[in-house]
Design a protein around this ligand. Structure first.
Ligand code: NAD
Length: 258
């Protein structure tokens, strides 16, 4: 027994990076998992990898910014698994630009994927969780959900929105058997961070190592975290014995304790 046998989890952005690691961790802990992302090929491949370990996994294409697609996703996940007991709102996107270069389209896209996607997916599963008096919602925010950083106004605003949503819904959930928590990582070694490093290389002319050193110096981290470290924090919030953990903002800032 690993703790999540009999529970079903839906993980957005589950095709790569943190979402893929969370899917694997929850499946290894005994849950059936449904992975959803805009990039269908990636979730199909990740679900196949999980199934190759003899575990249960399903894959669905969904853009979390589209309410109809989110509703269809939840129906499909329920068809495949029976229920959704656990929702990991992980789908996210980032961009970095000084304010003068942030277009309205970029602002709206970043708010839509990170904040509105979290709202839509949660709304689509929440009432059934509350009816059954059991549910876990884990929102992947960021340290940018708690503090500011240079050139990331839109991302910082969106992740602050995710943290605010988490705190408010956690209050609304009290006494309903549903917990709502957030995980706030620093920089993690994923394709999203690769894109950030590529942007730094482009703007500074540095090589990859030079760009990575700049990123780490800016964040105060000595190394990039690994996706499975974040997945472990997500898993801990999903377990049966985490029923008393509600409204927590779990910070994994990657700054090692001396
Ligand atoms: P990633 O870019 O490697 O993966 C993101 C996943 O989200 C992909 O599967 C992608 O297809 C999916 N996605 C993007 N837009 C989508 C949409 N509109 N609808 C559905 N799926 C969509 O990212 P990652 O680094 O694994 O990050 C995962 C989460 O963690 C994000 O919310 C990100 O903001 C957050 N985060 C990441 C870091 C980091 O350093 N990588 C740090 C803090 C927080």
């Amino acid at each position: 027994m690993s703790g999540l046998e009999g529970y079903n989890a839906l993980i957005t952005g589950g095709g790569r990076g943190i979402g893929a690691a969370a899917g694997l961790a929850l499946a290894r802990a005994g849950a059936k998992v449904s992975l959803a992302a805009r990039n269908e090929a990636q979730v199909v491949q990740m679900a196949a990898e999980i199934r190759s370990e003899g575990l249960e996994a399903f894959a669905f294409r969904c853009d979390v910014t589209d309410e109809r697609q989110v509703r269809d996703l939840v129906l499909s996940a329920r068809d495949a698994m029976g229920r959704v007991d656990i929702l990991v709102n992980n789908a996210g996107t980032a961009a970095s630009n000084p304010l003068s270069r942030v277009t309205l389209a970029e602002w709206r896209h970043i708010m839509d994927v990170n904040a509105t996607g979290t709202f839509l997916c949660t709304k689509a599963v929440y009432d059934r969780m509350a009816e059954r008096r059991w549910g876990r919602v884990v929102n992947i925010a960021s340290v940018a959900g708690l503090e500011g950083g240079r050139y990331i106004t839109a991302y910082t605003a969106a992740k602050h929105a995710v943290v605010g949503f988490t705190k408010a819904l956690a209050e609304e959930s009290r006494g309903k058997g549903v917990t709502v928590n957030a995980v706030c990582p620093g920089y993690v070694d994923t394709p999203l961070t690769d894109e950030t490093i590529a942007r730094i290389m482009h703007h500074t002319g540095k090589d990859r190592q030079g760009a990575l050193d700049l990123l780490l110096a800016e964040s105060g981290q000595s190394r990039l975290m690994r996706a499975h470290e974040v997945a472990d924090a997500i898993l801990a919030l999903c377990r049966e014995e985490a029923h008393g953990r509600n409204g927590e903002i779990v910070v994994l800032d990657g700054k090692e304790v001396p």
